[in-house]
Design a protein around this ligand. Sequence first.
Ligand SMILES: *Cc1c(COP(=O)(O)O)cnc(C)c1O
Length: 379
Amino acid sequence: MTTQKTKISVPLLDLKAQYQNIKSEIMSAVESIFESQYFILGKEGVALEEALAPYCDTKFAIGCASGSDALLIALMAIDIKPGDEVITTPFTFFATGGSVSRLGAKPVFVDIDPDTFNIDPKLIEEKITSRTRAIIPVHLFGQCAEMNEILEIANRHNLVVIEDAAQAIGSEYYGKRAGSMGLIGCLSFFPSKNLGAAGDAGMMLTSDPDLAEKLRVLRVHGGKPKYYYRMLGVNSRLDELQATVLKVKFNHLESWTKARQENASRYDKLFADYKLIEQVKLPKVLSYCRHIFHQYTICVSDRDQLMKHLKDNDIGTEVYYPLSLHQQDCFAYLGQLAGSLPKSEQAANQVLSLPIYPELTLEQQDYVVSTIAKFYAQK
Ligand SMILES: *Cc1c(COP(=O)(O)O)cnc(C)c1O
């Protein structure tokens, strides 16, 4: 008998593997929604909110249609208006800055700490003006930004802090959960996030009862009671099909998070074993943080070549993010020239996110790192 060596391939994310493990649970949950024919703002959505608020250490959780909407509605709830300025990081998904601009306000980008890719609190204060209203730190890749410093600056200048926790569900900073430290925390359940829906969905977190009520009203056009409008809101609900899928998946979230963390440690060890520590800068985990590894992101100087080499060997990787927000065409009017936020620009040229999903096998991880080792051996 001949043993044929099966070719290994490693996708960046394998949602089919996840689905195979929970298929029957998901399908019976989905079927019960169809049987009920009740699709918008029902008991599944409420049950999900009641499960997620305590998990995130907040009193309230309010579902909405996406993480982008969570940010937008959060900013509407604190009355962000044209002319206001909101400080945030340029090294993030577009929605963080986009939500500010959508309300006619000005995003003010502050450079990052290159070791964590999160906003550098030391650089915030020099960007505060009389028009500054809020700070949006992003907990990028699953590790929290330096919230103690950020909250201290915000308090001193009377600014609101809205956490973009889209990549950070269950992440902790000195024992505090992501989304619970600012006035409002925003989650995304985009399918590729650690807790992913079967479509778009998002959530807002807060412990302020009046604000929670306002967020609830804003997501239904601002109507309360129904068909009476005292404020202008949007149509942004987390529907029952998404809620029921998320409820099923939420029961697995802790074990998935642990698997991601174990995969991250295995990568760290493999990179050391293959003697790649000189060429590859590994993700830095702060001792006081619980990193949930939404992404395992390395930095390399020859990123595009390495990415191509990995692709040629059936390994999926991605660049989050290839262009800093201050350099996007739609933000050109801000007049932030190339070179003005050098750490963010350098990260955009060097980052590469590797497969880190929970179902990843040791064999696959070894293949990823040995393929990287081959790339450097050939150079
Ligand atoms: C995914 C993401 C969002 C937006 O979430 P959507 O649900 O896709 O709208 C916002 N900010 C960050 C940092 C994200 O990663």
